[in-house]
Design a protein around this ligand. Structure first.
Ligand code: TRP
Length: 346
């Protein structure tokens, strides 16, 4: 694979390696990544270093999920010949750039970052915020710029991180007096976030309301059976509500026959359609979506050495790219270069 394809825009995105990916990732972002890989120069970052910023107490979990997520990527159709899968902690230029960028952002600005504020609240850090956590937006700016990415596919919750990245980019470029780094834009999926099977706003493994990409037929059936519908819809004859009804939300996301779904919705609202009928359709739809992913996943999981080799090769390639950017930035800022320097008499 060529190092750069100058005619193709560069995409960088990634996932914290804290748990295997699920159907929420699939509709929100994995499908987009598979579609974009043939027209863009795409890098996927296994963000193990970022995962440690709130999992320093559980490094084993962070490590275990590196190959799990790489396997998820391959299972949904990420092709390592087109997309470079790489490991964050093994790209030293990212750490170097982070340290450098820290001087171009204030603590007050980091504390004002809406994503960080929400996450601090959600994690219950109170005043005891790990410094690494507060600074992870700077590290994420390093991730994005090290690949000179201009497109960053992320959920809407990550948009403030792209803002912060571009602020740093502008400061570096102003200091350097040249456009050494490009600005990036967030590519936010048009489909909304998939709720959990319990109806909570977000599907997440830690909430226990997710359907993983490796779900068995029984697990899918069980999740659909437990799925939140309309608590006011007691008997089939009662009129039911479609808004906030997770079964319909999932049908909207996964059923490729929107006319049939619209018809079901109309009958449900009118009354006379039982939850079990709608759930049966969703079960059929999800089984058909997950089965091929699960099968491909199982095939890759049988050969972890192969997955490891893909990550090794991708990381090596990414290293060349990110090392080059670090050199560009250091040179543009006029930082001292011990090795490239000629002796006084040379
Ligand atoms: N913050 C992202 C997440 O929560 C992971 C991530 C790390 C990332 N580095 C990135 C996303 C760079 C986009 C670009 O999953």
């Amino acid at each position: 694979m060529p190092l750069s394809m100058p005619d193709r825009p560069v995409i960088l995105t990634g996932d914290r390696t804290t748990g295997p990916l699920h159907l929420g990732h699939y509709v929100g972002s994995l499908q987009t990544r598979v579609a974009l890989q043939s027209t863009h120069r795409q890098f996927l970052l296994l963000a193990d270093a970022q995962a440690l910023t709130d999992h320093a107490h559980d490094p084993a979990k962070v490590s275990r999920n590196i190959l799990e997520i790489a396997t998820d990527y391959l299972a949904v159709g990420i092709d390592p010949e087109m997309t470079t899968i790489c490991l964050q902690s093994h790209l030293p230029a990212l750490a170097d750039l982070t340290l450098l960028y820290m001087n171009f952002v204030t603590v007050a600005r980091l504390e004002r970052n809406p994503t960080i504020k929400d996450e601090i609240q959600a994690r219950g850090f109170g005043r005891d915020i790990p410094a690494g956590f507060l600074c992870y937006p700077v590290a994420q700016a390093a991730d994005i710029t090290a690949f000179k990415a201009t497109i960053v596919p992320v959920g809407d919750d990550q948009a403030p991180l792209i803002e912060q990245t571009n602020e740093i980019v502008r400061r570096i470029n102003r200091q350097a007096g040249t456009e050494v780094l490009p600005e990036a834009r967030a590519l936010i999926p048009s489909v909304g976030r998939l709720p959990g099977v319990d109806g909570k706003a977000k599907m997440s493994k830690s909430q226990g309301n997710a359907i993983p990409l490796s779900a068995t037929a029984d697990q899918i059936r069980d999740a659909v059976r437990r799925m939140f519908t309309d608590p006011g819809h007691v008997r089939a004859a009662d009129p039911g509500r479609v808004e906030g009804n997770v079964v319909f939300t999932y049908l909207d996301a996964f059923d490729d026959d929107p006319a049939a779904v619209a018809d079901l919705k109309a009958r449900y609202v009118r009354g006379g359609l039982g939850d079990s009928v709608v759930k049966q359709r969703l079960d059929d739809v999800l089984q058909a979506v997950v089965a091929p992913i699960r099968d491909r996943r199982a095939a890759f999981a049988r050969d972890p050495g192969h997955v490891l080799e893909i990550v090794r090769r991708g990381t090596q390639l990414a290293r060349t790219v990110t090392d080059a950017t670090l050199r560009d930035v250091r040179e543009a800022l006029g930082l001292f270069a011990l090795h490239e320097r000629r002796g006084a008499n040379a």
